[in-house]
Design a binder for this molecule. Structure first.
Ligand code: KMH
Ligand code: ZN
Length: 272
C-alpha cells in the first residue's frame, strides 16, 4: 500500500472565526495554519484565501502573496488552490489562481445545494472550461465530487478529453446537499472510480475522522482541516489545523500506514 497523503484544507471560504477563532484570514494566520499542518505531516495545502476581514476572494494577487509566504515557511509543500472559491463567483473569477501555475488545483464536478438558498453551480460547460484550462497549464486537477453523479460526470469528461488519466478524486462527504458520510456511502464512491485512479476523502463535521479511518485502511488518502471541520473531538475545538493532522497521523500509525512526504506525494500523484 502507498504511503498516506494528508491534505490540510486550512481555511475554506465559509467557515468563520465565530466557529473557531483559529480560522485564518490574514497572510500571517494562513502561514501559521499551513505550517502547523505541514509540521504535523500534511504534504498538500488546499488553499482558499480571504481578505483580512474574512471575505473570501479568488484575487490572483492575494493568492500570490499567501502562496509565496506559505512556500517560504514550508518550502516543499504542495499548494493546491481552490477553483471552487465561494458560492456566486463567476468562472473566470474562480480560475484566477490557475494563472500562478500551481502543481494542482481543484476541479468541481457538479452542481449541488449548499445550505439555505445557496447553490454551488458547476455546469457541464464550466467543468469543460476548467478541465481544458488545467490541461493547457499542466495543472493536476483534484476532482471534487460531492455525490456519485459527479464521478460519472468526471468519467464523461475524461472520455471527451477534458480530464486526463490517471484521475485523482476528492470525495467530499456529508455536505448538506451532497452524499452522506456513512461507510456505505464511502464504499459506493470508492468502488465507482477507475482502478488506476487515486482518491482522498474529506468528511464534513463529525464524519471527518471516521472517514479518514476508512481511507487509511483502504489505501486511499485523507483531507482534514477547518474548511471541513473545526472540532478535534465532540465539543472540543481544534487549536490549529495541525492538531487535526496530528490526529490523522495517530490513526495512521495505529493502523500501520506510513505518512507520505511532499516528494512522495508528488510521485504517488504523478505531479511534475
Ligand atoms: N467553497 C465551496 C463553494 C473547492 O475548493 O473546489 C467550494 C469549494 C470547493 O470549497
Ligand atoms: Zn475548498
Amino acid at each position: 500500500m502507498e504511503k498516506l497523503i494528508i491534505t490540510a484544507a486550512i481555511c475554506g471560504a465559509e467557515v468563520l472565526k465565530e466557529h473557531n477563532p483559529a480560522v485564518p484570514y490574514t497572510v500571517e494566520e494562513c502561514v501559521r495554519e499551513a505550517r502547523s499542518a505541514y509540521e504535523a505531516g500534511a504534504s498538500i495545502i488546499h488553499l482558499h484565501v480571504r481578505y483580512d476581514d474574512g471575505t473570501p476572494t479568488q484575487d490572483k494577487a492575494r493568492f500570490k502573496v499567501i502562496i509565496d509566504a506559505i512556500k517560504a515557511a514550508c518550502p516543499d509543500v504542495i499548494i493546491q488552490p481552490s477553483t471552487g472559491g465561494a458560492v456566486g463567483m463567476t468562472d473566470d473569477e474562480r480560475l484566477q489562481p490557475t494563472e500562478l501555475h500551481p502543481e494542482m488545483a481543484t476541479l468541481d464536478c457538479g452542481t449541488l445545494n449548499f445550505g439555505g438558498d445557496e447553490v454551488f453551480t458547476n455546469t457541464e460547460n464550466t467543468i469543460k472550461y476548467f478541465g481544458q484550462r488545467m490541461i493547457e497549464l499542466g495543472i493536476k486537477p483534484e476532482l471534487e465530487v460531492f455525490d456519485k453523479s459527479m464521478i460519472d460526470m468526471a468519467l464523461r469528461m475524461y472520455k471527451k478529453g477534458f480530464i486526463k488519466a490517471p484521475m485523482h478524486f476528492d470525495f467530499v462527504m456529508g455536505v448538506n446537499g451532497g452524499i452522506g458520510g456513512d461507510m456505505r456511502d464511502f464504499v459506493f464512491l470508492r468502488h465507482s472510480i477507475p482502478a488506476d485512479a487515486t482518491y482522498t476523502v474529506a468528511g464534513i463535521g463529525r464524519y471527518e475522522f471516521p472517514l479518514a479511518a476508512c481511507a487509511i485502511v483502504d489505501g486511499g488518502h485523507v483531507r482534514v482541516g477547518f474548511e471541513d471541520n473545526v472540532y478535534l473531538s465532540k465539543g472540543v475545538l481544534a487549536k490549529s489545523n495541525g492538531e487535526l493532522v496530528e490526529k490523522v497521523v495517530r490513526l495512521a500509525k495505529e493502523l500501520g500506514r506510513e505518512i507520505a512526504t511532499p516528494e512522495e506525494a508528488r510521485r504517488i500523484l504523478g505531479l511534475k
